[in-house]
Every structure is written in structure tokens, then in C-alpha cells.
Design a binder for this molecule. Structure first.
Ligand code: ATP
Length: 264
């Protein structure tokens, strides 16, 4: 199927007010990052020595063919998976040297996560879903912060509803609100628009972009979609576990050409 690269009109959707006092974005750095699964002849080398810096307050898309190591890179840089060798720094902290407990604490304090699957709990209300990570961590729930996160994603007043009553795009915006609740310094997104149609996908991308521009947040996003990637400041291409291209503010057409699709 040809890759579509046109950007349709933006949907009639107004995000809410920005966060009150932004926290500075984090600079992320991976050095000689390797991740292998299995051993010996059956080993899969998902990352084969990746060096990359994600500047603070930048929006980077990671692209490449299926199986090229995109999600593995995101998960290792995000401290959700352990590398086989190499290092990852968040600012001046080497996260690859931290215990699981300290790493979990740091992730909770500084990072937000958005995935293709919204991972909302249907039996809970929208606001309970937004507050869930804090509740699981045993923290006091900040109701104003829950309302603020929902307002930011354009869902003010929908907190008492169940996710099942919302559209796919609205549910993903709840997932973004959940990620924003703790005012993260870095947002990791793995195919955040993968399950959405083009128009609702653009809403979610707009939210990620706004967080970078207005809050100075660092954002790293894995995507297969050239239009989604064109929201980023920079697009990295992985192939077979190595970085093969690094483009600054490429158009969707340039990205599609890099992926081997039609040039538009
Ligand atoms: N837990 C695992 N156990 C074994 N192999 C794995 C595991 N996770 C990933 N791999 C392998 O590592 C390689 C890279 O996987 P990864 O999911 O990072 O690729 P990707 O570029 O994100 O792919 P896709 O676009 O299909 O999601 C693949 O060959 C995959 O099969």
C-alpha cells in the first residue's frame, strides 16, 4: 500500500490551557547501546551499538522497518528494558547503573509514556485512569492536577465518564493526560497514533508538539507514519539495529522517500 504523505486540515479541536509552571526537558544520551535477546547462534541483536543524544526540549521520531530495533531503543533509553551493554544518561544521571527501585522512582518522577494501546481500565472513570500511576505508587492524588491534565488534552468536564463512552482519539488523549499528570520532563511514545484515524492522530500529535514547544519537554516517538514523524524536529532511521540516517525537520515526502515509499 502506498504511503500517504498529505497532511489533511486540522480537526476542530482546541487543546486546553498550558501547564502552569513547566519543568525543564531532559537531555538523554545513549552510548554504544546494544541489546541482544537469546544466546549463541540463535541470538537476536536488536541494537548493535547505537550512539544518540536527544537534546532537551526536542521532539525526535524514530523510524525504520519492522524489526529494526525502534521499540527496543525507546525502551532501553526510557529505562523500561535493560541493555546488554552500553550506557544511557538522563541529564547527568546514568540510569543504566541504577537499581530497579531507583530506576522506577526516576521514571515516575521524570517520564511519561504513551503507547499504541491506550491501556485504560474500563471499570474506572477517566479521572481515576489519569490518577492511576500515582495511586499505584502510593502517592496522594492531586485533583487539580488531574483536572489540569484533562483540560490540557481538551477533555475538561469528562473526568466522571468511563473510557468506553469515548472515541478512540479521546481515549488516547486520556492516555496522554495520564502521562502528563506528573508533568514529565520527557515523554516516550511508541506508535501513539497507530490505532487512530488520520484526523484524531493529528490531535494527539499536536498535543505532543505543544508539550515540546510550550513546556520545553523532550519527546521521543516511535512511528511508522511519515506524517506523524514530520511533527518532529528530527527523524532518526534505524536498520537492523543501527542508526542509518538522521534528518533535521524533514518533510513527510522526504521521510517517505527515505523509507522507500513514493516521493510526493
Ligand atoms: N523480548 C524479546 N525477545 C526476543 N526477541 C525480541 C524481543 N523483543 C524484540 N525482539 C527482537 O528484536 C528485534 C527488534 O525488535 P523491535 O520490537 O525493537 O523492532 P521494531 O523496529 O520496533 O519493530 P516493529 O516496527 O515491528 O514494532 C526484532 O527482531 C524482534 O523480534
Amino acid at each position: 500500500m502506498p504511503i500517504r504523505t498529505e497532511v489533511p486540515d486540522r480537526p476542530p479541536y482546541a487543546p486546553g490551557p498550558p501547564e502552569p509552571s513547566p519543568r525543564p526537558g531532559l537531555r538523554l544520551r545513549a552510548e554504544n547501546l546494544r541489546r541482544s535477546y537469546g544466546r549463541g547462534r540463535d541470538a537476536v541483536h536488536a541494537l548493535r551499538g547505537v550512539d544518540v543524544v536527544f537534546a532537551e526540549g526536542s521532539f525526535t521520531a524514530v523510524m525504520g522497518p519492522s524489526g529494526s530495533g525502534k521499540s527496543t531503543l525507546l525502551q532501553c533509553v526510557a529505562g523500561m528494558d535493560r541493555q546488554t551493554s552500553g550506557t544511557v544518561h538522563w541529564g547527568s544521571t546514568e540510569i543504566t547503573g541504577l537499581s530497579e527501585r531507583r530506576l522506577a522512582r526516576l521514571r515516575r518522577a521524570d517520564a511519561g509514556f504513551v503507547f499504541q494501546a491506550y491501556n485504560l481500565l474500563p471499570a474506572m472513570t477517566v479521572e481515576q485512569n489519569v490518577a492511576l500511576p500515582a495511586r499505584l505508587a502510593g502517592e496522594r492524588i492531586d485533583r487539580a492536577a488531574v483536572a489540569g491534565a484533562l483540560a490540557q488534552v481538551g477533555l475538561a468536564g469528562r473526568g466522571k465518564e468511563r473510557p468506553g463512552r469515548l472515541s478512540g482519539g479521546q481515549q488516547q488523549r486520556v492516555a496522554v493526560a495520564r502521562a502528563l499528570y506528573a508533568r514529565p520532563r520527557v515523554l516516550f511514545a511508541d506508535e501513539p497514533t497507530g490505532a487512530l484515524d488520520r484526523a484524531t492522530g493529528l490531535q494527539v500529535l499536536g498535543l505532543l508538539r505543544t508539550g515540546v514547544e510550550e513546556q520545553g519537554r523532550t519527546c521521543v516517538m516511535v512511528t511508522h507514519d511519515p506524517v506523524a514523524a514530520s511533527f518532529a524536529d528530527r527523524v532518526l532511521f534505524l536498520s537492523d539495529g543501527v542508526l542509518v540516517e538522521d534528518l533535521v525537520r524533514p518533510s513527510a515526502a522526504r521521510i517517505a522517500r527515505q523509507l522507500g515509499g513514493p516521493a510526493c
